[in-house]
Write a protein that binds this ligand. Structure first.
Ligand SMILES: Nc1ncnc2c1ncn2[C@@H]1O[C@H](COP(=O)(O)OP(=O)(O)O)[C@@H](O)[C@H]1O
Ligand SMILES: [Mg+2]
Length: 247
């Protein structure tokens, strides 16, 4: 996945000032930086979530597997199948637990009626939620804990077999056990999916990232392998951020 000179403008102000980098496939890239530096804005650009915000403009290029995300004929529907996203707060649909997993694959014609139950079981098992919910698949997800709801949202996203997974501080509202579980899953998933995870938790980035993209005030300060970023960063501002002197 390549991002070239990506600018995001909201009315008169520029939120991202020409961001460029190439994400390695099947790796975990952590996007870090102080609050308000543009991490969420960057993530949302990748699956065109700004399209529906009046006053928001995006210029530059994002390509996934060589295909331009902002190309003329590109359908947002197809893009959202290819690029899954998880937000800080779990946002299950107000439908049954099973439907949360199967609605989108059914809508995209990815499964036939008799494959639905297996699809639901497979993806709930993948995220480690199956045993907890197998007896209440037709019930509302809103009785689940916050962590379980986030896992359900992850299962829902994975059921579409995305090529790219965008995670926006997915564990910041969760307990340490669920956080550790999700970090393990993310590592495991990165064997077949390109993962971008926004986190303000540097320890988390250090645990799971292969590469780190450090943003400040809408610009890339440093993009480096995680080991380099944490042990021997090229930029003095990276060093200051890692040691807690800024951010
Ligand atoms: N929908 C929006 N409308 C106006 N300004 C926005 C919008 N979304 C983000 N911003 C602004 O863009 C900047 C970056 O925000 P954001 O990407 O959410 O930062 P981060 O995720 O790094 O904390 C902030 O100054 C924020 O106020
Ligand atoms: Mg954010």
């Amino acid at each position: 996945m390549d991002v070239r000179d990506l600018r995001v403008l909201y009315r008169e102000s520029e939120l991202l000032h020409g961001v460029s980098y190439s994400f390695r496939p099947n790796a975990v890239s952590a996007i870090v930086g102080p609050t308000g530096c543009g991490k969420t804005t960057l993530l949302r650009s990748i699956n065109r979530l700004h399209d529906s915000t009046p006053g928001m403009r995006v210029t530059g290029s994002v390509t996934i597997g060589g295909e331009e995300v902002y190309g003329r004929g590109v359908g947002v529907r197809g893009l959202r199948r290819k690029v899954g996203m998880l937000f800080q707060r779990a946002n299950p649909f107000p439908q049954s637990i099973a439907d949360n997993v199967s609605l989108a694959p059914r809508a995209h014609g990815m499964v036939s009626r008799h494959q639905v139950a297996a699809l639901v079981e497979q993806h709930l098992t993948l995220v480690g939620l199956w045993d907890a919910v197998k007896d209440r698949l037709d019930r509302s997800p809103f009785h689940l804990s916050g962590g379980q709801q986030q896992l359900l949202c992850l299962a829902r996203t994975l059921a579409l077999s995305p090529e790219v997974l965008l995670l926006d501080e997915p564990t910041s509202a969760l307990d340490p056990d669920t956080t550790e579980h999700i970090e393990g899953l993310v590592k495991q998933l990165s064997e077949r999916v390109t993962v971008l995870i926004v986190t303000h938790n540097l320890a988390q980035a250090n645990r799971i990232a292969d590469d780190v993209l450090f943003l400040m005030a809408g610009s890339v300060v440093e993009f480096a392998p995680a080991q380099t970023f944490f042990q021997n960063p090229a930029d003095e501002r990276s060093r200051a951020y890692i040691t807690g002197r800024i951010g």
